[in-house]
Design a protein around this ligand. Structure first.
Ligand SMILES: [Zn+2]
Length: 260
């Protein structure tokens, strides 16, 4: 059985977990679970309070603070002032995220997204924190901003081309892979996974979304990373446990977590 899975990107505050949230977390943090730690990916102020609360309750539950681009329609008057106020509330806030650009849906103001992302990158740099990046259908604007601001962090749920993955790695960033890697039509993601060196790969779920095969379309949870790891290990020609261990060490290094 595989051990030591650190899920670097999860959303247990999602309503999909309303019926049995604490039961699921209890199972994930139990003795016999393959999962050893979780990092909450924050989306807005309410989500930040959830993460801070769970970090206080569970030993190996870490959290981020930040405003997702989809939160652009419900931003406080001064988002950065809110982050400044939240940061001292927990020593287990290890990242600013998830932040980024999402041009998939019309209607999200792109100028506002760009300004919010830039401000949050500057906030993270001022506090020497890494970032968790979300980028959807906005690759060029995203890369331009990364080149300009040179932050530390991870590009999560990577679904792009190998060339872009290489560019991201060359900037010193990490690349996060979800259950998307296991999808039968995800040839490009598999090629990108092959391209990223082992010491830059993070494993994650993005749960409740992105459940790996053979659970595609169902509610995802952190122990399903096992399936993503088995798929990734086959691509790299290594043992699944070796991939899980390498990804966990990368997560600890990036987010400055000493021990779990
Ligand atoms: Zn997410």
């Amino acid at each position: 059985m595989l051990r030591g899975i650190f899920d670097s990107h999860c959303h247990y505050d999602d309503e999909a977990f309303d019926p049995d949230r604490e039961e699921v977390l209890g199972e994930l943090f139990s003795e016999k679970s393959p999962v050893c730690a979780l990092l909450h990916a924050c989306t807005d102020e309410k989500s930040a309070l959830y993460g801070i609360g769970q970090a206080a309750k569970y030993k190996n539950y870490y959290t981020s603070i930040g405003f997702h681009p989809e939160a652009c329609d419900r931003l406080p008057a001064d988002p950065i002032a809110v982050l400044e106020e939240l940061l001292p509330r927990s020593e287990k806030i290890v990242a600013v995220g998830e932040v980024g650009l999402d041009y998939h849906y019309e209607g999200y103001d792109r100028e506002l997204q760009l300004r919010l992302l830039r401000d949050q990158i500057l906030f993270a740099k001022a506090h020497d924190l890494p970032l968790i990046f979300h980028c959807r259908d906005a690759t060029q604007d995203f890369l331009d901003l990364l080149h300009e601001t040179r932050p530390r962090g991870v590009v999560h749920c990577y679904s792009g081309a190998p060339e872009v993955a290489r560019e991201i790695v060359e900037m010193g960033l990490y690349v996060g892979f979800t259950g998307l890697l296991t999808f039968k039509n995800a040839k490009k993601v598999k090629r990108s996974f092959a391209e990223v060196p082992l010491e830059r790969i993070l494993l994650e779920t993005d749960c409740p979304y992105m459940a790996p095969e053979p659970f595609r379309g169902r509610r995802c949870r952190s122990d399903l990373i096992e399936y993503t790891a088995r798929c990734g290990a086959e691509i790299k020609g290594i043992d699944p446990q070796e991939l899980i261990d390498a990804a966990r060490e990368n997560i600890l290094r990036l987010f400055g977590i000493d021990k779990i």
